[in-house]
Design a protein around this ligand. Structure first.
Ligand code: IPM
Ligand code: MG
Length: 361
């Protein structure tokens, strides 16, 4: 197959980790007889430096013209980078939010898996980590607080900031359907996270989730309040299969879910629209503190590339090959610094990419 991939390397460690993912994709193409054509695009800080804005219309159009988008990471150090002296709508993150909205990427899939080889890196007590876990957070990505109207103004001499959290039933229904569909292919359990004891948007969320659940009698549904969900994630993560939640709760809980795997450098993500089109990126950020040092862990990005093959290109054999190669490399004790432990072999970012590419069968 011939596929066109829009590549946004981005900022910080982005260029390093995406280069390794492309290395692995090229190896897959060679072995399985595909052609991957890359269209390299700028977004975030890298785009601000060249175009003055974090995302141009041309970049959006070229992403739309591709079969999928592979992305690294966006943004810099919010305390020191000049990008954060710009007005909010011209900062790197604004580009990320805009590309999600422009491409209609409402469903963000963030799998969180404890690799047995890395159980030692899990910060939870052994009695919890020894049970392992394998969950998928389905985060609503184009609604809620991050896209509602906001303003900061002086009211009666007092500075006041307002953000708006709104969801309509259609936005909730389409993400609910995605969550139940994916649960049918997994362990058939959906945990819907909300704050229905306080928020109207959560009460509507719960009502629509219950309606959609009627079409999936085989799936067990539970409703969990977000504060309790945060607690359950560290108390008993094995209980979760698919967790579906609105934008901000998903943003926060997915960071928590990633941390208990031992390293955010291991977590992939896919952001999908109604079709097979998606944007694939690691869950972690741009890590400006280690950028340019060839130290970052490229595994999350390589796993994101595997998700791209599976979901957007229907190449499940090839996606399996990447995941198996990663398992092999971990079995062989190869580690980047973030997942390093005694007796293992420490490699660089490119060293990890080389090892995984070489292990593709
Ligand atoms: C994420 C990030 C973004 C988000 C930021 C950078 C806008 O935290 O992808 O989780 O909140 O969605
Ligand atoms: Mg986040």
């Amino acid at each position: 197959m011939n596929k066109k991939i829009a590549v946004i390397k981005g900022d910080g460690i982005g260029p390093e980790i995406v280069t390794e993912a492309m290395k692995v994709l090229d190896r897959v193409a060679e072995i399985y007889g595909h052609t991957f054509e890359y269209d390299q695009l700028l977004m975030g800080g890298a785009s601000i430096d060249v175009n003055g804005i974090p995302l141009t219309d041309e970049t959006i159009e070229r992403c739309k013209a591709a079969d999928a988008v592979l992305m690294g990471s966006i943004g810099g150090d919010t305390n020191t980078s000049p990008w954060y002296k710009l007005p909010p709508e011209r900062r790197p993150e604004a580009g990320l939010l805009k590309i999600r909205k422009s491409l209609g990427l409402f469903a963000n899939l963030r799998p969180s898996v404890l690799y047995p080889q890395l159980a030692g890196a899990c910060p939870l007590k052994e009695e919890i980590s020894s049970r392992g876990f394998d969950m998928l957070i389905m985060r609503e990505l184009t609604g809620g607080l991050y896209f509602g109207a906001r303003k900061t103004e002086e009211i009666d001499g007092v500075m006041t900031a307002i953000d708006t959290l709104s969801y309509n039933e259609n936005e909730i229904r389409r993400i609910a359907i995605k969550a139940f569909d994916v649960a049918m292919k997994r362990r058939k359990k959906v945990s819907s996270v909300d704050k229905a004891n306080v928020l109207d948007s959560s009460r509507l969320w719960r009502k629509i989730i219950n309606e959609v659940a009627k079409d999936y009698p085989e799936v067990t549904l539970e409703h969990v309040l977000v504060d309790n969900a945060a607690m359950q994630l560290v108390k008993d993560p094995a209980q979760f299969d698919v967790m579906v939640t609105e934008n901000m709760f998903g943003d926060i809980l997915s960071d928590e879910a990633s941390m208990i795997t031992g390293s955010i450098g291991m977590l992939a993500s896919a952001s999908m629209n109604e079709t097979k089109f998606g944007l694939y990126e690691p869950s972690g950020g741009s890590a400006p503190d280690i950028a340019g040092q060839n130290k970052a862990n490229p595994i999350a990005t390589i796993l994101s590339a595997a998700m791209m093959l599976r979901f957007s290109f229907d190449m499940s054999k090839e996606a399996d090959a990447i995941e198996n190669a990663i398992n092999n490399v971990l079995d062989n004790g190869i580690r980047t610094g973030d997942i390093m432990s005694e007796g293992m072999t420490k490699v660089s970012c490119s060293g990890m990419g080389d090892a995984i590419a070489a292990a593709i069968k």
